[in-house]
Design a protein around this ligand. Structure first.
Ligand code: A3P
Length: 286
């Protein structure tokens, strides 16, 4: 008899799973948000480097000066499908908006800019597991095991949908003039180059800021893993003491401590099937 597995709880919007704390109104109205020409969308699948990039964007807007520990990053760069369109519309323009929506649901405007950050699915899965355990109010999964979560992830039965349904369509648009695509791993490898790319892509004040060596080095220092581990309430609500913090290991290859050989094989097979012919096969060769 197969083992009965624990599953996280979600809000289900016609088959699209969302965290329980995200209200239906936020999700449905997010889909109706009219993208503006000056909007900058930060798009990711969950756990792929969203907050890191979000903070880099904020630092680029503020000459590298850190966000006060009493402030929340999400106030300045809100999560579209969490807060809904009314909150976004109240933000002054130009706006920076975070979303985990797949390509077909994301609000589009030909002049808006889209920054997409991808992370290899193995580390994403491990990070997503800790996230799902830690946000007890969103998922009711505090005692779920890695094996339980693995089964949900591999079937795409997690919030924001299947990892590959998010990654592949965005990757197909990576050469669009208004899309900048890069990986979490490339940020870990050479953050300065990525910040320079973001500056070139966004232009305007972002480009002016990074031309200044002092500002650029402040952005790099203040967005380091070490500094982002401090004052975690800037990025996340409180988690129970026995759960890992939001900014956690922040490394490449954490998956090796969690996956069984069979799990590695199953996710590898899914990766090969879902990315065949897309060019993504070579993105994380190792
Ligand atoms: P881990 O759980 O593997 O540590 P998101 O913001 O999309 O939810 O992604 C969270 C992941 O990004 C977590 O990964 C977190 O530790 C990592 N992260 C956050 N800030 C980081 C930083 N400054 N440097 C490297 N990784 C960071």
């Amino acid at each position: 008899m197969s083992k009965v597995r624990k599953r996280p709880s979600y809000n289900n919007h016609n088959g699209f799973r969302m965290p329980m704390g995200f209200h239906t109104e936020g999700f449905t109205s997010a889909l109706e948000y009219q993208a503006q020409p000056s909007d900058i969308f930060l798009v990711t699948y969950p756990k792929c480097g969203t907050t890191w990039t979000q903070y880099i964007l904020w630092l680029m807007q503020h000459q590298g000066e850190p966000l006060s520990p009493s402030e929340k990053l999400e106030t300045h760069i809100p999560h579209l499908e969490e807060v809904g369109k009314k909150t976004i519309e109240k933000l002054p323009q130009p706006r920076v908006i975070k979303t985990h929506l797949p390509y077909k649901l994301t609000p589009h405007h030909p002049q808006a800019k889209y920054i997409y950050v991808a992370r290899n699915p193995f580390d994403c899965l491990v990070s997503f597991y800790h996230h799902t355990r830690g946000f007890v109010q969103h998922y009711n999964f505090a005692d779920g095991t890695f094996d339980d979560f693995f089964e949900c992830f591999i079937k795409g039965e997690v919030d924001f949908g299947d990892y590959f349904d998010n990654l592949v369509p965005w990757y197909e648009h990576k050469e669009d003039e208004n899309v900048l695509f890069f990986t979490y791993e490339s940020m870990k490898d050479d953050l300065k180059s990525i910040i320079l790319k973001i500056g070139d892509f966004l232009g305007n004040d972002y480009l002016e800021t990074i031309k200044n060596e002092d500002f650029l080095s402040k952005i790099i220092i203040n967005s380091s893993l070490k500094n982002m581990k401090k004052d975690q309430q800037r990025w996340s609500s409180k988690r129970p003491k026995n759960m890992p913090p939001f900014v956690h290991k922040g490394k490449v290859g954490s998956w090796k401590d969690y996956f069984s050989p069979q799990q590695q094989q199953r996710l590898t097979e899914k990766f090969i099937t879902k990315t065949a012919g897309t060019g993504l096969e070579n993105l994380w060769l190792d």
